[in-house]
Design a protein around this ligand. Structure first.
Ligand SMILES: Cc1cc2nc3c(=O)[nH]c(=O)nc-3n(C[C@H](O)[C@H](O)[C@H](O)COP(=O)(O)OP(=O)(O)OC[C@H]3O[C@@H](n4cnc5c(N)ncnc54)[C@H](O)[C@@H]3O)c2cc1C
Ligand code: FES
Length: 385
């Protein structure tokens, strides 16, 4: 019989000898596998219980919640990742993702910074009802929005809108506190000056560190304001940076800001491969999406039949996930923005609207799966969970 190719790999012989020895000694690898499982669960826990130990006011509409694990140690994370906090509001169990704003070089606690969204269910609940000492449930840290030193350039251009500043706070603090050889240009857009989160900290850091540059951009600035005004446009980015090459661009904020900034950056000739993004939720009114079918009104009502589990009514403008949660169905959920695949369900009948940019795997498309967080009913539906 010919020799197997892998026997030529470096280290093969050592591994083969160890396996042979353990066979002779009768080593029980099942016990070791359980240990490995325990380590993996510690590093990537599917669920955590977090006690709120402090709450800080940031702006009139924003607070930071400092949280400590009830089952320490806190798992490590990459600056830019988020946790999905689960809460029960008016009898409905739901969750929302929040980026970790504290840096990963300290794991005593996680900070999340939450801005109030008008009529928003969870942001209002957290800001108005959560108190020091409360325990919240969350996922472990997850997400793909972080700097990868192998693929990403060492000059980061961070473009944030509103509460989309939080992952950048974590990244910037890690870079500056750990003296990492990386340069950051932060463009931070807000409607009003008093909405700017972490302004004093960024101002102070930019005066102290040569590798951090801060450009607040205010849509409706107060009288006497002498910084950048309006929106974060391609022209502003180009005029500020000059050379656009050798940089990776990170975009984070609400959907409307993303929809505005992405074409601006693409208009500068920045290829998608150098653009990283994190979009905070859907449009406030999904029927305003340019590809929404005009013939379906947002308040149109349809029926969702859940195979073997009953049926309920749903409005076209409600995501399928929101409707499922309101009717007591609990799905595994992380990003709520159509990216992670956790909330997928199988569409057996009917038609849904899926906003452009939803990242469905090819196999999911083929087998009829949809992301329920980014699917809106256009007809009566039949699904299986
Ligand atoms: C990966 C990720 C990380 C996030 N990190 C943070 C964070 O660090 N801090 C933070 O405050 N938020 C963050 N968000 C947004 C957060 O998850 C919620 O969407 C937000 O708190 C609103 O939830 P809500 O329940 O109050 O509003 P909902 O009841 O879900 O929504 C109410 C209405 O407001 C719209 N809406 C939802 N979110 C926004 C928004 N951000 N801006 C404008 N309109 C909105 C909805 O489309 C809806 O029409 C993050 C989102 C993602 C995807
Ligand atoms: S929760 Fe991530 S795709 Fe729906």
């Amino acid at each position: 019989m010919s020799k197997a190719v892998f026997t030529d790999f470096d280290g093969y012989q050592e591994v083969a000898d160890a396996v042979e020895m353990s066979r002779k000694l009768g080593t029980n690898f099942t016990a070791k596998r359980d240990l490995a499982d325990q380590y993996i669960k510690r590093l990537h826990p599917p669920k955590m219980r977090l006690r709120v130990t402090d709450i800080f006011d940031e702006t009139v509409s924003t607070k930071t919640f400092r949280m400590v694990s009830e089952d320490p140690p806190m798992p490590p994370f990459q600056a830019g990742q988020y946790i999905a906090l689960a809460v029960e509001v008016d009898g409905v169990r739901t969750s929302r993702p929040y980026s970790i704003a504290s840096p990963p070089n300290q794991l005593g606690f996680y900070d999340i910074t939450v801005r109030r969204v008008d009529d928003g269910v969870v942001s209002n609940y957290l800001l108005d009802h959560v108190r020091k000492g409360d325990v919240l449930e969350s996922t472990g840290p997850v997400g793909e929005f972080y700097h990868n030193p192998i693929f990403h350039k060492n000059t980061m251009v961070c473009i944030a809108g509103g509460c989309g500043i939080t992952p950048f706070m974590s990244m910037i603090r890690e870079i500056l506190e750990c003296d990492i050889d990386r340069t950051v240009h932060l463009f931070y857009g807000n409607k009003d000056f008093e909405d700017v989160i972490f302004h004093e900290t960024f101002q102070w850091l930019s005066e102290r560190f040569e590798n951090f540059h801060y450009y607040p951009v205010i849509e409706e600035p107060p009288e006497g304001y002498d910084g950048c005004r309006g929106f974060i446009t391609g022209k502003l980015v180009k005029e500020t940076l000059g050379d656009l090459d050798d940089k990776t661009y990170y975009l984070c904020g609400p959907r409307a800001m993303y929809d505005f900034c992405l074409p601006e950056l693409e208009g500068l000739g920045i290829p998608r491969s150098r653009l990283r993004r994190e979009v905070y939720g859907a449009l406030p009114d999904i029927t305003k999406d340019v590809s929404w079918p005009a013939e379906v009104k947002g308040d149109a009502s349809f029926t969702v039949q859940v195979q073997g589990k009953g049926s309920f009514a749903v409005k076209a403008s409600d995501s399928l996930l929101t409707a499922l949660e309101k009717n007591g169905f609990i799905l595994p959920v992380q990003c709520r923005s159509g990216e992670c695949s956790m909330c997928r369900v199988k569409l057996l009948g009917g038609k849904v609207f899926q906003p452009p940019g939803v990242l469905l795997r090819k196999s999911d498309r083929k087998l009829g799966y949809i992301h329920s967080c980014a699917a809106y009913p256009l007809e009566n539906l039949e699904i299986s969970l």
